[in-house]
Design a protein. Structure first.
Length: 210
């Protein structure tokens, strides 16, 4: 039996501007995982040029025929991401809140990587998924320029629904933690340094071998 703490963690960074605070957060996540002895598959999706556009022959969600189509994926970067996720025991996503959703490049990653035959099996489109991954923990780190009260009362926090309710059944119901750092645009260096420490602490709690 494989020790969970020896499984790699996939870290996804989805912010287009080099030097952004999201980049600093993702680097702190990677460093904390490395210090905890966890292998890391680190992906700056924009820097890699990940193609988020779902092709017509990929647009299937259920059935063995879908798995056959998807197994023939010609894009080597997409195949690499899928293979790494199969091996991983954890996933970390670092991204800003844009219009209540992840950036399009990360939305496309979800579309193209979390597919039948990789993340789950679904024989009947209306049924419950049979998860295929070994993910045990999911950490989401979001930056936002919306106050907590405005997010709760006006928008209803759709990112929370995506990460905590929509995805987990297809990932094997991992333990999910989400950190929302706000308001980033107005935060000084001291506040940002504190957030970096908070993220490192959360990584230690989730992935530190407990």
């Amino acid at each position: 039996m494989i020790d969970e703490t020896s499984r790699p963690v996939v870290v996804l960074l989805a912010h287009p501007r080099p030097g952004s605070f999201n980049h600093a957060l993702a680097e702190r996540v990677r460093d904390a995982l490395t210090r905890a002895g966890r292998p890391v598959f680190f992906h700056d999706l924009y820097a890699e040029g990940f193609d988020p556009v779902l092709r017509a022959d990929e647009a299937y969600t259920s059935g063995t025929r879908a798995e056959e189509f998807l197994a023939a994926e010609p894009d080597p970067l997409v195949r690499r991401h899928r293979d790494e996720l199969r091996e991983a025991g954890g996933l970390v996503a670092v991204h800003p809140n844009w219009w209540g959703k992840p950036p399009a490049i990360l939305g496309g990653w979800l579309d193209r990587i979390l597919v039948p035959g990789v993340a789950y099996r679904l024989d009947d489109a209306g049924g419950a998924p049979d998860p295929l991954l070994s993910l045990r923990r999911l950490l989401v780190v979001n930056t936002s320029d919306t106050t907590e009260e405005r997010e709760r009362t006006l928008f209803g926090d759709p990112l929370d629904a995506i990460w905590k309710r929509c995805l987990p059944p297809y990932l094997g119901e991992p333990e999910v933690r989400r950190l929302v750092l706000r308001v980033v645009a107005d935060a000084d260096e001291r506040r940002r340094a504190g957030w970096l420490d908070d993220v490192e602490t959360e990584v230690g709690h989730l992935f530190g071998g407990h």
